[in-house]
Design a protein around this ligand. Structure first.
Ligand SMILES: [Fe+2]
Ligand SMILES: [Fe+2]
Length: 394
């Protein structure tokens, strides 16, 4: 028995996928094709991917009644990052005697298979079908084929005409209210309409909280809730926009628990602001602002600024940023005399003095650490606050 494995995000599955799968099934004489929707793909963290359940249901709807097409929930059931190796091992366990697996990949993915987790073992467990598009870079393709053969991977080629559609185009079209009947099976369209998928609208606060709970540990989420609550409290004292402060507060650490790889995928590799250089812990603030914009659709610059500078502050930062900077320090979960003293100043309406003390405490705390870490940005914020205090005294 010959089985083709067709993995993908399928957000949503479209006619191009079905067309390719059908063509490959015929060309390589496969008995069946198993569609395997991925779990939440870590490299797509900057975009909120449709729930695994909805993507799975759409694949079910799309392949319903097509002979030899099946769907598997192996990857969406796994909570952690899914490696192809693990998926193959699980498929092998439930395989028919003598069943051969072949993984369907795009021609460009061929260049990447050597970097996969346990690639040598993967090459033993399955062969590959590289989908080649007419007009694709022939030289590059041959080079990739040569490298794959050298590494011991068995690769078949299937030249399939490009079906000119992509999930991105479909999502954008639906968001604009355009008709996508020509791109997706009728049943998938029905499902999308029933579930209101891909309609662009702002996420509600509770939807954001729900999503953050998936992205963060309990401890980090509790802290974020604390900062949101404290931001509201401080916003009322200082006459800031309560809703903006609340949203910035809940989102300020949204990127705190991304992996190093996810930062790289988001483009944060060696190109961060020079003041942050060498201080990777600070990256989560910059990445957080990107995530807030891309994943949660936050476009308000005051909120994004607050997330971006919540750790170090920034000279001339706006009121929302000031509130969140302070709230991150004074939220009720932080206990100790340092925090108490800043909280007291904040309660008395001494905003700048409270922030100055926060900067001083942070600088002293970091200096006490073995690394003697002085954060340039915090020093700049401190200088700004000192100059304001001096002006106020005049
Ligand atoms: Fe943070
Ligand atoms: Fe925080």
């Amino acid at each position: 028995m010959k089985t083709g494995i067709f993995g993908g995000t399928f957000d949503p599955i479209h006619n191009g996928h079905l067309f390719s799968a059908e063509a490959i099934k015929k060309i390589l004489d496969f008995d069946r094709i198993i569609f395997i929707p991925t779990g939440e793909p870590p490299h797509k963290v900057a975009r909120r991917v449709t729930s695994a359940c909805d993507r799975f249901e759409m694949v079910c709807a799309a392949i319903q009644g097509i002979e030899g097409f099946e769907v598997s929930d192996i990857e969406i059931k796994r909570k952690s990052y899914t490696y192809t190796y693990d998926t193959l091992m699980e498929l092998k366990e439930n395989a028919e005697p003598g069943e051969e697996f072949s993984m369907i990949i795009g021609a460009d993915t061929l260049a990447d298979i050597f970097n996969w987790h346990r690639s040598q073992d993967v090459f033993k467990l399955c062969s590959f079908v590289a989908m080649k598009r007419p007009g694709s870079d022939e030289v590059q393709f041959r080079e990739n084929m040569r490298r794959a053969a050298e590494a011991g991977a068995k690769v078949y080629t299937a030249e399939i005409p490009q079906y000119d559609v992509s999930s991105t185009i479909i999502r954008q079209a639906i968001a604009k209210g355009e008709d996508v009947s020509v791109y997706i099976p009728y049943k998938v369209k029905e499902y999308i309409e029933k579930k209101n998928l891909y309609i662009s609208r702002d996420m509600t606060y509770s939807e954001i909280c729900e999503d953050l709970q998936r992205l963060l540990s309990v401890k980090r989420f509790t802290h974020s809730m604390g900062v949101a609550e404290e931001s509201v409290r401080l916003a009322k004292i200082y006459g800031a926009d309560v809703e903006k402060c609340k949203l910035a507060g809940i989102l300020h650490d949204c990127a705190k628990e991304l992996t190093a790889k996810q930062y790289v995928w988001m483009g944060f590799e060696g190109n961060c602001d020079k003041d942050y250089e060498g201080e990777n812990v600070l990256l989560h603030a910059l990445a957080g602002a990107v995530l807030a914009k891309e994943r949660y659709g936050v476009c308000d610059e005051e909120i994004l600024e607050a997330i971006r500078c919540h750790i170090t502050g920034k000279p001339e930062m706006g009121l929302v940023a000031q509130i969140v900077f302070l709230a991150d320090y004074t939220e009720k979960g932080r206990e100790g005399t340092f925090y108490e003293s800043v909280r007291e100043k904040a309660d008395k309406g001494l905003l700048y003095e409270a922030m100055l003390e926060e900067c001083d405490n942070t600088l002293i705390y970091n200096l006490k650490k073995e690394k003697l870490l002085i954060c340039v940005q915090t020093v700049k914020t401190r200088n700004w606050l000192v100059s304001i205090s001096k002006q106020e005294r005049k």
